[in-house]
Design a protein around this ligand. Structure first.
Ligand code: AMP
Ligand code: MG
Length: 274
């Protein structure tokens, strides 16, 4: 089996903009793109190296930015994805932001304020571990804002992302789609393994209780907010190695589409003697 092309991976995983989307039809354990684990790991390694090089070009150019949005239920692998996909990338020019329960300072503003504030400077790659989508996911499920207000947010988010896109940012969004059973396995692992226990939060069990409501909220968000300028990719996330490989293919594709080249500083190397 050959490594699937970036086009193949995108086509299999995108939620097509403007088309009906059915989350329940997406198999969280789908391995068809990478049946072989060793091949997934090889693909990840190669892509991680290329991502590093392209990210350096982005940094040198300093004119545009990339925003990678990671959303998923607890244990779906948001932090593991960051570790793997950017394992070859120097921290210079990377901006990682984990969005937690909003602070009182944040709640005193509109919900996009903290997100806009976390947009990476040009030349940088920004990774959002959770994002403004929490404001239509957990907020919708838990009723933290009136439903009418939540309903207005999908169009607001699309406008916000279009604004970023028109101002030099590429926005690519991933739903790490883990199955309910696999989450159960991983939550148990967290309780049993000392190096994972710190990630366990009893509140995660409350979210797990509301699984169908969360899936409904994801269904709505992905369907309404997968756009040409900021598409959603729904990643089968029950296998960590395949998840990483698929996301790395798409992140690499996003950087390649920027047509980056080493910046020409307008110097004549021949005119210097060292
Ligand atoms: P974690 O990512 O596991 O560290 O958990 C962060 C928690 O913050 C999750 O339970 C999120 O649902 C919650 N959170 C993030 N953004 C918001 C938001 N805008 N409103 C309410 N809760 C949020
Ligand atoms: Mg958590």
């Amino acid at each position: 089996m050959a490594i699937p092309s970036i086009a193949q991976v995108r086509k299999a995983l995108i939620a097509r903009p403007g088309k009906p989307f059915d989350l329940s039809a997406r198999d969280t354990a789908d391995r068809s793109l990478f049946p072989d684990k060793a091949e997934a790991e090889t693909s990840l390694r190669k892509d991680a190296a290329v991502i590093n090089e392209l990210k350096d070009m982005l940094y040198a150019e300093g004119k545009r930015g990339l925003i990678v949005v990671l959303q998923g239920m607890d244990t779906s692998g948001k932090s593991g994805t960051i570790k793997a996909v950017f394992s070859e990338t120097t921290p210079l020019g990377m901006e990682v932001k984990a969005f937690k329960v909003p602070s009182s300072e944040e709640l005193a503003r509109d919900y996009l304020w903290r997100v806009h504030n976390a947009v990476p400077r040009r030349g940088h790659v920004g990774i959002f571990d959770r994002s403004h989508y929490e404001d239509v996911l957990v907020v919708r499920v838990r009723g933290f804002a009136p439903l009418e207000a939540v309903e207005q947010r999908y169009a607001q988010i699309n406008a916000f992302e279009k604004h970023l896109c028109e101002n030099g940012y590429t926005v690519v969004k991933f739903m790490l789609n883990i199955g309910h059973a696999e989450q159960g396995v991983r939550l148990k692992e967290r309780l049993m393994e000392p190096h994972k226990l710190w990630k366990f939060n009893p509140g995660d069990l409350d979210d797990r209780e509301h699984w169908p409501d969360f899936m409904n909220a994801y269904q709505i968000a992905v369907e309404r907010c997968s756009t040409r300028h900021a598409p959603w990719y729904v990643i089968p996330a029950d296998s960590r190695s395949r998840r990483n490989a698929m996301i790395a293919r798409i992140v690499r594709g996003a950087l390649e589409d920027m047509d980056l080249a080493w910046k020409d500083p307008g110097l004549d190397p021949g005119s210097y003697t060292i």
